[in-house]
Design a protein around this ligand. Structure first.
Ligand code: PRP
Length: 211
């Protein structure tokens, strides 16, 4: 069977994306059953689902191990992958922000220490402002860094604002609003055009219907 391979990141994005796909009739029974399988199938529509870590998803799509991927714009901006970004799924809406203590002083006179999962986005933002930075790459719990004096501020995503609030931090500046995107491997788009376009049209149909 010639499947279309779809990569989803584990975590909250996968649940939102699966709910969206379900509305368009694409269903993975193993996912509903909370299976720990990493490969699942929608046999009716010949779609193979693989579940991968967010940080690895672009590698799978870029190298063609997956034809299609669903991932946040934050990761796309950070990694600049060589793929087509074709649909804004209008899910996972949040902001990439600079956050810190309310009394943080940001000055051109001293370098600012910034902890983040997004060193490229961070560097581009502060370079543009003419501010010098010392960027520390972390992989999670970014809010901890200013609390224990590892950094002056952080650059991270904010959805509800709860994590910042509960840790006594505030948004100091907003860098960009982001959402979840559908991306496609370039070779897959050329060789499996009708299948890929069929998938995209189904998803777009649901998005247009819900507006
Ligand atoms: C993300 C992000 C913030 C939090 C923001 O972390 O890095 O910590 O969510 O959400 P909120 O504004 O709704 O509180 P995630 O849950 O992905 O875990 P991580 O810290 O391991 O990256």
């Amino acid at each position: 069977m010639d499947y279309l391979t779809l990569a989803l990141p584990t975590g909250r994005t996968s649940k939102q994306a699966i709910a969206l796909l379900e509305k368009s009739g694409i269903v993975f029974p193993d996912f509903q059953n909370n299976s720990r399988k990493l490969v699942m199938y929608d046999e009716t529509n010949s779609i193979k689902l693989i579940l991968v870590k967010t940080a690895d998803l672009l590698t799978y799509v870029e190298k063609g191990a997956a034809d299609i991927g669903i991932i946040g714009k934050d990761t796309i901006m950070e990694m600049q992958p060589d793929v087509y970004e074709l649909v804004d799924l209008d899910l996972g809406k949040c902001d990439v922000v600079v956050a810190g203590f309310p009394d943080t002083v940001i000055s051109k006179d001293v370098p600012l220490t910034v902890a983040t999962k997004y060193p490229m986005i961070t560097k581009a933002f502060f370079d543009e402002k003419g501010l010098r930075t010392d960027i520390i790459k972390l992989n999670g719990s970014i809010e901890l860094a200013p609390l224990i004096g590892l950094s002056d501020v952080i650059v991270d995503i904010v959805e509800t604002g709860t994590t910042l609030k509960e840790n006594g931090l505030v948004v100091l500046d907003t860098i960009v609003a982001i959402s979840t995107r559908l991306i496609v491997n370039k070779a897959s788009f050329a060789t499996k055009t009708s299948k890929v376009e069929g998938f995209i049209q189904r998803v777009k149909g649901i998005l247009e219907g819900s507006q």
